[in-house]
Write a new protein. Structure first.
Length: 423
């Protein structure tokens, strides 16, 4: 079906828009572009004025190969990486104080890959998406927010607040892409499962004597993991899961004290690889929690990205998971049935079913990493050590981890599901 056929065949035209997306983060904004390509009339409501200035410390995202493919299909990848990206060719997992390590190498993937993932700044990701939005037919409503909404049988009626003025708009489908504390999710009465980790993710960018050699390091410590991600400019971006007390102390330290604490936490195996840490940026903390919406969709309403699920950043999966929501929702909406009415229950059910298993699998994998490596029980510590020493010989397990890290496993499953092939 061509775009023109789709737009003329749209029975939801009684509403102002076919789809209104609330939340213009990377997930909501990408979804808006993807649905515009399907000839839907889309509005994107964002509460703040979009700004993509580089921050200090950089807020960076590791995207896997699957996400790169998605962004390439939207014609965004070249612009996102125009000023470079950190390439992850190797991942090294260690536990300070425990012998053994796991090495994952892009060349070991079948077929061999150049990279397992890419590290980009959040602004670097968002700026090209917003440039493309400006050239599109997507109506950007910002800064604005939805005060309340009502799901009716044929449409959703939203009261929006913009420039101190209240107005009303209607759509066949409302998508909540408004992050972990989603107001859309709350107002729809969708509960969440999960917990607060009682940890903060401290981020900073650091320079090391030996550079990064395109390697990401994951150091598991009892209080939480510490990740070093290679940046395009040769530095590492770190994400350090710290207890509230640790996080407060780390923020208050001088740069020299912080570098000393970081070097100790990384452990000698990692420090031998990266060399002495010579400089650090400012630091910032983000609270860490696991939140999974009890339902990803209702008639006329869908949740995507962190509004649907927020996972621990230990495996760098949140954004990748959100981009797979975008692919799945676009696939559910790319049918004649959906074009007649994108908010109907059967379309929403198809989306929700498509996303549940992947989300639970990623949340489960992430939880496993947090708990198996976070336990100080002597038996578990011994088993961990054995696991780290045995893994290099367990080729099938390494291959499985590689497929998870690169996003290829999930990409294949999503492709098979959309094409009706049994997994
Ligand atoms: C320390 C840390 C490191 C991470 N590292 C990685 C990584 O390496 N790889 C990875 O894949 N993921 C990572 N993540 C997860 C990733 O950052 C998130 O999954 C992703 O940013 C979620 O995007 P989103 O668009 O769904 O939500 P958000 O980025 O939270 O965007 C939500 C948007 O909605 C807007 N909004 C909120 N409320 C309203 C409202 N009421 N009305 C209108 N607009 C509203 C907000 O202003 C915002 O623009 C990390 C997370 C943390 C905390």
């Amino acid at each position: 079906m061509t775009a023109t056929e789709k737009s003329t065949g749209n029975a939801a035209s009684g509403s102002d828009f076919d789809v209104v997306i609330v939340g213009g983060g990377a997930i909501g904004a990408t979804l808006a572009l993807q649905l515009e390509r399907l000839a839907y009339r889309v509005a994107l409501i964002e509460r703040s004025t979009p700004s993509f200035a580089s921050t200090n410390p950089e807020r960076v995202i590791a995207l896997n190969y699957g996400s790169r493919c998605h962004l390439e299909k939207l014609g965004l990848w070249n612009d996102i990486t125009a000023n470079g990206a950190g390439n992850i060719r190797h991942i090294v997992v260690t536990e300070p104080g425990n012998r053994g390590r796991v090495d994952l190498d892009a060349a070991d993937e079948t077929p061999a890959m150049d990279e397992l993932g890419y590290v980009v700044e959040m602004g670097q990701l968002l700026a090209p998406i917003y440039r493309r939005l400006q050239e599109s037919t997507v109506e950007m409503i910002a800064p604005a927010s939805v005060r309340r909404f009502e799901r009716r049988e044929q449409q959703v009626i939203m009261q929006i607040q913009r420039d101190g003025q209240a107005s009303e708009i209607t759509a066949a489908l409302l998508v909540g892409a408004d992050g972990v504390n989603s107001q859309i999710r709350r107002q729809a009465g969708i509960g969440v499962s999960g917990w607060d980790y009682n940890r903060f993710g401290m981020v900073a960018s650091v320079s090391c004597e030996q550079g990064h050699a395109n390697t990401a390091h994951e150091c598991f410590r009892a209080s939480g993991p510490l990740a070093f991600l290679p940046l395009a400019d040769g530095r590492f971006s770190i994400v350090w899961a710290a207890t509230p007390a640790e996080a407060t102390q780390l923020l208050a330290m001088s740069d020299a004290q912080f570098i000393a604490a970081l070097s100790k936490a990384a452990g000698s195996a990692t420090m031998r690889k990266i060399g002495a840490i010579t400089a650090t940026s400012r630091r910032a903390n983000f609270p860490l929690e696991l939140t999974i919406a009890n339902s990803f969709a209702l008639p006329r309403l869908a949740l995507v990205g962190n509004a649907a699920h927020t996972v621990h950043p230990v495996a760098g999966q949140g954004m990748n998971l959100g981009l797979r929501d975008v692919t799945a929702l676009a696939a559910a909406l790319d049918s004649e049935l959906a074009h007649c009415d994108p908010g109907r229950s059967i379309v929403m059910q198809a989306y929700a079913e498509a996303r549940r298993a992947d989300t639970l699998a990623v949340a489960g994998f992430t939880e496993c990493m947090v708990h198996v490596f976070g336990s100080a029980a002597p038996g578990v510590k011994w088993l961990r050590g054995m696991g780290l020493q045995t893994m290099p010989r367990a080729k099938r397990l390494s291959a499985l981890l590689l497929k998870q890290a690169s996003g290829l496993a999930q990409m294949r499953e999503q492709h098979e599901r959309q094409n009706g092939v049994a997994a």
